[in-house]
Design a protein around this ligand. Structure first.
Ligand code: PLP
Length: 431
C-alpha cells in the first residue's frame, strides 16, 4: 500500500503516516468530522480523477463520457431516493459553493436572505460580512428566543420576513443542538413569497437515516448539504430540490417549479467548471451506504451517544447551551462552567488527545478566536464503534482535564489513557 507515494514523495508520505497516527490515537469530537469507509476511500483514489466532464449526463462539452454519465446519474438517483427529492445536483465542490449556487440561482444582486445569526448557530455562508455572498446579497438574521430551551424566535422570523421581504428564508446551522420547526419556517417563507431553503450539512446523515425530520416533508423547496459530516461521504457538496427537471443547457423562467434547472445552470456554468468525477463516485458509494439498515443503526447510536455525553457533562458541571441536545452536537459555555475560554479548553483537550473546537455561544461577548464556548459531537466516535458507556469515560476525561488544566504531568497521564483506550476502536479503513 502507498508504495509509489513512499518512494516518489517521502515528505507527503511521512505527513500522511503522522496524520494516520493522530487519527488512530485521538478521539475526534469535532461534530462536522467523520471517518469514511474503505469503499468511499477507494472510490476517491481512482482514475475517475483523470476525466473532464463539464456539463451534465447526456449534455457534456467533452467526449469520452460513456462511464462518467452513468456514474453521475447513479449518484443523482441515489441522492434523490435517499432524501425524497425531485432533483439532485451532485457537482458542488463543497458546502459553501452549494449554498452560493442556490443564492445565485434564485436571487439578483441586492436581494435579501433571512438566515440564522452566526453566534446563535448559523454558518459563515449564511451571511457573514466577510463572505463573497455578503458583498452581493443582503443578509438579515433571526435568533434563538430562549437560550435555555434553544427555541428559535419564530415571531421575530415572521416579523423580519414581512419587513425585509427576503427571496430566501434559510434554515440550517453548524452549532445548534435542537430540531427545527420546518412547517413554521416554510409557512413564513410562503407568506412573503420566498423559497424555503435548508442547509442540512450537519445533520444530513441523521435525516437520511430518518432519525431527524426531513425538511421536504414540510414544504421546503431546496436543501443543500455537505457530504462529509454525519452523511459520512467524501468532502463535497450536494443540492436537492423539488420541481420540474428540464434541459440544463436551455434557459428557464425564474419560477418556483423551475428551481432544479435554475440550480443546475447556477452550478455549471454559473460557478464551477468540471465536476470532480472521483468525488462523484465516492458520493455515490456513500449514498448507497447511507441507505443501508446498518447506517440507520449508526445514526440512532450517534443520537444515543450525544444524549448520554450531554447528560454526563451536565452532571459534572458543564453548562450546555440549551441544556442538552436533540442531534449529534453540543455547545458548552466554558466561561460559565469553569471560567475557562473556548480557546484554553480546546488546547487542554488537544493535550490529552480529544479534538474539539472553540465556538461562539449565542450573543457571545468574546472574540471568535477566543470565544466562550466549545462545540463537540458524536458522529466520528460512533463510527469507531463507541457506545453509551464510552461517553461516560469521555465526560470523565473532559472533567478531569479541565479541572487540572495547569498540571502538565496529570494531562500527560490522561493522554496515555486516551491512546490506550483508542486501540479498542479501529477506524473503518482498518476493517
Ligand atoms: C451548515 C454548514 N453549511 C456549509 C458548510 C460549508 O461546507 P464546506 O466547508 O464543505 O464548504 C458548513 C461547514 O462546516 C456547515 O456547517
Amino acid at each position: 500500500m502507498l508504495k509509489h507515494l513512499k518512494s516518489n514523495d517521502k515528505p507527503i508520505y511521512d505527513l500522511l503516516k503522522a496524520e494516520e497516527k493522530r487519527q488512530h490515537e485521538g478521539l475526534e469530537l469535532i461534530p462536522s468530522e467523520n471517518y469514511v469507509s474503505s469503499a468511499v476511500l477507494e472510490a476517491l483514489g481512482t482514475i475517475f480523477t483523470n476525466k473532464y466532464s463539464e456539463g451534465y449526463p447526456g449534455k457534456r462539452y467533452y467526449g469520452g463520457q460513456m462511464n462518467i454519465d452513468p456514474l453521475e446519474t447513479l449518484a443523482i438517483e441515489r441522492a434523490k431516493k435517499l432524501f425524497n427529492a425531485d432533483h439532485a445536483n451532485v457537482q458542488p465542490l463543497s458546502g459553501a459553493p452549494a449554498n452560493l449556487a442556490v443564492y445565485f440561482a434564485w436571487m439578483e444582486p441586492g436581494d435579501t436572505i433571512l438566515g440564522m445569526d452566526l453566534s446563535h448557530g448559523g454558518h459563515l455562508t449564511h451571511g457573514d460580512p466577510r463572505t463573497a455572498a455578503a458583498r452581493v446579497f443582503n443578509f438579515i438574521r433571526y435568533k434563538i428566543k430562549d437560550i435555555e430551551t434553544g427555541e428559535i424566535d419564530y415571531d421575530q422570523m415572521r416579523d423580519l420576513a414581512k419587513k425585509h421581504k427576503p427571496k430566501i428564508v434559510l434554515a440550517g446551522f453548524s452549532a445548534y443542538p435542537r430540531e427545527l420547526d420546518y412547517a413554521k419556517i416554510a409557512s413564513i417563507a410562503n407568506e412573503v413569497g420566498a423559497i424555503a431553503m435548508m442547509d442540512m450539512a450537519h445533520i444530513a446523515g441523521l435525516i437520511a437515516a430518518k432519525q431527524l425530520k426531513n425538511p421536504f416533508d414540510f414544504g421546503f423547496h431546496v436543501v443543500t448539504s455537505t457530504t462529509h459530516k454525519t452523511l459520512r461521504g467524501p468532502r463535497g457538496g450536494l443540492i436537492l430540490s423539488k420541481g420540474i427537471v428540464s434541459n440544463p443547457l436551455s434557459p428557464v423562467e425564474k419560477k418556483i417549479e423551475n428551481i432544479p434547472t435554475l440550480i443546475d445552470r447556477s452550478v455549471f456554468p454559473g460557478l464551477q467548471g468540471g465536476p470532480h468525477d472521483n468525488v462523484t463516485a465516492a458520493k455515490a458509494v456513500a449514498f448507497k451506504e447511507a441507505a443501508s439498515p446498518q447506517f440507520k443503526i449508526y445514526a440512532k447510536q450517534i443520537l444515543k451517544n450525544a444524549k448520554r455525553l450531554s447528560e454526563q457533562l451536565m452532571k459534572k458541571g458543564f453548562k450546555l447551551v440549551t441544556n442538552g441536545t436533540d442531534n449529534h452536537l453540543m455547545l458548552v459555555d466554558m466561561i460559565t462552567s469553569f471560567n475557562v475560554s473556548g480557546l484554553q479548553a480546546e488546547r487542554v483537550y488537544d493535550a490529552i488527545g480529544l479534538t474539539l473546537n472553540k465556538n461562539m455561544i449565542p450573543d457571545d461577548q468574546r472574540k471568535p478566536f477566543s470565544p466562550s464556548g466549545i462545540r463537540l459531537g458524536t458522529p466520528a466516535i460512533t463510527t469507531r464503534g463507541m457506545k453509551e458507556k464510552d461517553m461516560d469515560q469521555i465526560a470523565e476525561w473532559m472533567y478531569k482535564a479541565i479541572t487540572h488544566k495547569d498540571d502538565e504531568k496529570y494531562l500527560n497521564k490522561l493522554h496515555k489513557e486516551v491512546i490506550i483506550y483508542c486501540k479498542n476502536f479501529p477506524l473503518p479503513s482498518d476493517f
